[in-house]
Design a protein around this ligand. Structure first.
Ligand code: SF4
Length: 315
């Protein structure tokens, strides 16, 4: 197993009280797959990744749970070990590549810097060869021109390719892609998704994809976990999730899909306030199937290949 997250509980201690951001989140990302973590804004997708990378803001704390990367416990690792892991074994790409790139440094120099951080190469020629190699991996058109450019001179899609090239420089075991195509227009979006698929097929890259967009999940992922209010409500192979959604929340999301665009439309009712989440199942105030038990007892995530957290539905 590449990444295993077990019963993760993360809270934020704020002036207004304790925000119960993650309540027993569990999922597994297998080697060589693209695993999607999907849900509405504020459901805890990004908190899950920041907990994994141990990059929570000072108000945030992992209270309990276990996170292992290829068997190594990340919550027990030293801070210096975590610095190696970030950008090394685990690389990240974000929604807005421009904000992650240095605006006054040529793209080639930035990739070279990423290369040198991870590889002890003998000379500038070897560094240039490795830069060329990672640009080839991301199929950068006109790689020589791209290396001479400043980030703002490249299109959004090319900037995202540069970010992926820098991520690949560390030969990561796992790439976390947080809404990597949200800021891109549809054509460019599908080119970047295609690139991630090719990297998975050719280089065996393992990807944890964070997204609110079920269309992206359908296009790219092998398996998916649906998050709601800091909990995982369902995990399934992607085709099965779309053909036979089991959890009432997943069913609501799919029923609300506006035609082909695949963006999540709101399910009736409001996302709960995580300062005072509903007792029992966090979805109970919005759930058409809710019974008394749902207001008292949180449902466990049950099942094997398919998992559902619901008292009223079998996996
Ligand atoms: S546990 Fe109850 S409230 Fe929660 S999704 Fe299932 S039926 Fe609905």
């Amino acid at each position: 197993m590449m990444l295993r997250v077990e019963n993760l509980v993360t809270r934020f201690h704020t002036y207004d009280g304790v925000v119960r951001a993650l309540e027993g989140v569990s999922f597994e990302v297998r080697e060589g797959e693209i695993f999607g973590l999907v849900g509405e804004t504020g459901c805890g997708k990004s908190v899950t990744t920041y907990s994994t990378l141990r990059l929570l803001p000072s108000t945030g704390r992992v209270h309990s749970g276990r996170i292992t990367l290829a068997g190594e416990s990340l919550l027990d690792a030293s801070e210096s070990r975590m610095r190696e892991v970030r950008g090394g074994e685990i690389a990240m790409i974000f929604q807005d590549p421009l904000s992650a790139l240095n605006p006054v440094m040529r793209v080639g120099d930035q990739i070279a810097e990423a290369v040198q951080l991870h590889d002890d190469l003998p000379d500038a020629e070897a560094v240039a060869a490795r830069v060329e190699e990672v640009l080839g991996q991301v199929r950068m058109p006109d790689p020589a021109g791209a290396t001479r450019a400043f980030p703002h001179e490249l299109s959004g899609g090319m900037q995202q390719r540069v970010m992926i090239a820098m991520a690949l420089a560390g030969r990561p075991k796992l790439l976390i892609a947080d809404e990597p195509t949200t800021a891109l227009d549809v054509t460019i979006q599908s080119q970047v998704l295609q690139l991630l698929r090719q990297l998975k097929q050719e280089a065996g890259l393992t990807v944890l994809l964070i997204t609110h967009d079920l269309g992206v999940v359908a296009e790219l992922c092998d398996r998916v976990a649906v998050m709601y209010a800091g909990t995982i409500v369902e995990t399934a192979p992607v085709e099965e999730l779309f053909s036979d959604p089991k959890h009432p929340y997943t069913q609501g999301l799919l029923a609300a899909l506006p035609g082909a665009s695949g963006m999540l439309a709101p399910v009736p009712g409001r996302v709960p306030d995580l300062l005072a989440p509903p007792s029992g199942c966090r979805f109970n105030p919005r759930c058409p199937l809710a019974v008394d038990r749902c207001r008292e007892e949180p449902p466990a995530l049950r099942g094997e290949a398919r998992q559902v957290a619901c008292h009223e539905v079998e996996p």
